[in-house]
Design a protein around this ligand. Structure first.
Ligand code: COA
Length: 259
């Protein structure tokens, strides 16, 4: 597929989306957001792809935020209209396969919110996270208070979003904002390693795990446990579930087909 602002590569079961606007530190403008949604929809339907990775091009940034020049050109009514359309953050959060953010350099504002909407974050030592919106007199509008608070707790979310200060990679790891920390430049390799470990398993089971963990953030424990039981039964009834159990008993590797 041909895009203007992103690159899409596939290697076996792993797809990598690269946000490719390095001269603007991969700032999210309308084209980037639209193309990212097209790529996600395409990968959701591609049966060969089991896990996806999201990264930024260039030396300096994963994503330095929403495109501030675009903000500056919009009225409040226009911004409201933009917010009423389908949003890339929701497309990421609803993506049915595991998706890993591989972060280096600046990961600010909408960039941090993109990483938060992914399932996991791998960062190298150059990564700098922050909700910089407060510096512009605005606030996060795509998960930078909500998903952030759920991931690192309300106290750290308050500190990050109220101060506008950046959080370095070590601290991001310490507070649970990233799940893996690597040496400089090793984040993509690590993300691929993590992706490959997941790609061994049934796509049905991967999807159901995602659905179940996400529900844990939305519903009371009793409802979450009920849902988990139903999703377990769906996995158990799937061809892959039958195959996985049979393969264990027969002492062979399972062949998962995604059904
Ligand atoms: N929106 C639009 N353009 C952006 C951008 C953003 N969020 N972040 C960086 N850019 C552009 C810069 O305007 C510059 O473009 P130019 O070369 O045409 O002038 C280019 O990307 C390189 O950025 P620059 O500021 O020169 O790099 P730097 O290393 O000096 O500073 C940052 C890096 C991240 C500290 C700085 O770019 C910055 O503060 N960006 C905005 C961060 C922000 O507020 N994000 C939240 C938005 S809600």
């Amino acid at each position: 597929m041909e895009f203007e602002t992103i690159l899409l590569e596939k290697a076996g079961p792993i797809a990598t989306i690269t946000l490719n606007r390095p001269e603007k530190l991969n700032a999210l403008n309308r084209t980037v957001r639209a193309e990212l949604m097209v790529a996600l929809d395409h990968l959701a339907d591609d049966e060969e792809v089991k896990v996806a990775i999201l990264r930024g091009a260039g030396e300096k940034a994963f994503v330095a935020g929403a495109d501030v020049e675009e903000f500056a050109a919009r009225t409040a009514a226009e911004q409201r209209k933009v917010y009423q359309r389908r949003r890339v953050y929701d497309a990421l959060a609803e993506f049915p396969k595991p998706i890993i953010a591989a972060v280096h350099g600046y990961c600010l504002g909408g960039g941090s919110e993109l990483a938060l909407a992914c399932d996991l974050r791998v960062a190298d030592r150059t990564a700098r996270f922050g909700q910089a919106e407060i510096r512009l007199g605005i606030i996060p509008g795509a998960g930078g208070t909500q998903r952030l608070a759920r991931l690192v707790g309300p106290g750290q979310a308050m500190r990050i979003a109220l101060s506008g200060d950046t959080v370095d990679a070590d601290e991001a790891y310490r507070i649970g904002l990233v799940e893996f920390l690597t040496d400089e430049g090793q984040h993509l390799e690590k993300a691929r390693e993590v992706a490959e470990r997941m790609a061994r398993w049934s796509p049905v089971a991967l999807r159901l795990v995602k659905q179940s963990v996400k529900a844990a953030l939305e519903v009371p424990l009793s409802a979450g446990l009920d849902l988990e039981k139903e999703l377990f039964l769906a996995a158990f009834a799937s061809e892959d579930g039958q195959e996985g159990v049979r393969a264990f008993v027969e002492k062979r590797d399972p062949e998962f087909k995604g059904r």
